[in-house]
Design a protein around this ligand. Structure first.
Ligand code: DX5
Ligand code: ZN
Length: 217
């Protein structure tokens, strides 16, 4: 298995972010996943650009930014300036998704489209060749520590099929309820990147957990 691990900062200790970012820096993690929420698109608020700026200066891992906000197209420049290499926008939050994806790429970032659990893979047919990544939500977005939705496994298989049929190079990232069991199932289904919040930051030994998630076989 040759997948990437992106620990989600949402489950880190906000009173001691530096220590948790240092832990990720020294670990086998590939990216650092950053969740930005606005209290409108999702029923929670996390943190915004001033915090991200601080994270950018401390993180040695590429920043994978997941925007759970309405109209993310308004903030492309801010996300880029905050050091993101990947900007993930929700399909459900973008009326002109194709334009937004082009603008993210023009700004010099990789572009990801995210699907909520109730949004079917078929919605991606006409955008799959334009995106660098699809982020499949395996929980309803808004909170860390929720239970993995089993149906996500079928969904990843379907997405893999669509990617192969359309000769797309898009990566598949999965976010929500990922632990050693669900992580293995979802990588076997075709996922390229695992996001993990609670399972990493609430583990007794987070560095070791990242190692285990990276070497699932
Ligand atoms: C949820 C966020 C996730 C969250 C995952 O809305 O998008 O990135 O941090 O947390 P766990 O891994 O605990 O489900
Ligand atoms: Zn996320």
């Amino acid at each position: 298995m040759n997948h990437k691990i992106a620990p989600s900062l949402l489950s880190a200790d906000f009173g001691n972010l530096k220590a948790d970012i240092d832990m990720v820096n020294k670990s086998e993690a590939d990216w650092l996943h950053i969740d930005i929420m606005d209290g409108v698109f999702v029923p929670n608020i996390s943190f915004g650009f001033p915090v991200l700026e601080y994270v950018k200066n401390l993180s040695q891992k590429p920043l994978d930014v997941h925007l759970m906000i309405t109209d993310p197209a308004k903030f492309i420049k801010e996300v880029r300036d905050s050091g993101a290499f990947m900007m993930n926008v929700h399909y459900e939050a973008c009326i002109h998704l194709h334009r937004t994806i082009q603008q993210i790429k023009e700004a010099g970032m990789k572009a990801g489209v995210t699907l909520n659990p109730s949004s079917p893979i078929s919605l991606l047919e006409d955008i799959i060749n334009d995106v660098d990544m699809v982020l499949i939500m395996s929980v309803n977005p808004g909170y860390g520590g929720q239970k993995f939705i089993e149906h996500s496994i079928e969904k990843v298989k379907k997405l893999k099929e669509l990617i192969n049929n359309k000769n797309s190079k898009a990566l598949i990232e999965v976010d929500g309820g990922i632990n050693l069991t669900t992580g293995k199932q979802i990588v076997e289904a075709g996922a390229d990147v695992l996001v993990a919040g609670n399972s990493v930051f609430k583990a007794e030994n987070p560095t070791q957990m990242i190692h285990q998630l990276k070497h699932l076989d």
